[in-house]
Design a protein around this ligand. Sequence first.
Ligand SMILES: [Fe+2]
Length: 193
Amino acid sequence: MFTLPSLPYDYNALEPIIDAQTVELHYSKHHQGYVNKLNELIADTGFKDRELEEIIKTADGPIFNNASQIWNHTFYRNCLQSPQENNQPTWSLLEAINANRWSFEKFKEVMTASAVGNFWSGRTWLVKNPDGTLEIINTSNAWSPLTLDKKPLLTVDVWEHAYYLKYQNRRVEYVTNRWNIVNRDFVEKELEA
Ligand SMILES: [Fe+2]
């Protein structure tokens, strides 16, 4: 049985960038819903005693979709924190970004454009490849870099339920504002893990 991981901040912690109602619904309805559904789907299968990442890498169909969405939502939440002024990356993250021949501003510009142009319900990710290089990729639906042998470092959630209550169709504004609530310490920890 999987349980919903606790939310690392209050529902209003991301205000005014992401409103409390969106955070609450996203956590208590969407994220909880994926947990409930996965438990129901695996109850009588060989997946019931497996780790979440193992299910993601071996299952398909609804079991994959719900397992992957649990993981994606937990990762997404951990990428965020209360708004920070001048939210610059820490030195080692900046070094990794610069190694890709991006300035920090250029990196934000490329990732923002990728998220704005992500046509599907999905996510835009900063990932680390097995050779250590960084890359920005888009995924759709429940897919994630875990199935592509890429290590996720940061994600931008562009499923509409992540922002529609406050921003409606203004995805550019949502993606742009969201840089102020990136948890740079979490991203750095993932980079070095
Ligand atoms: Fe979601």
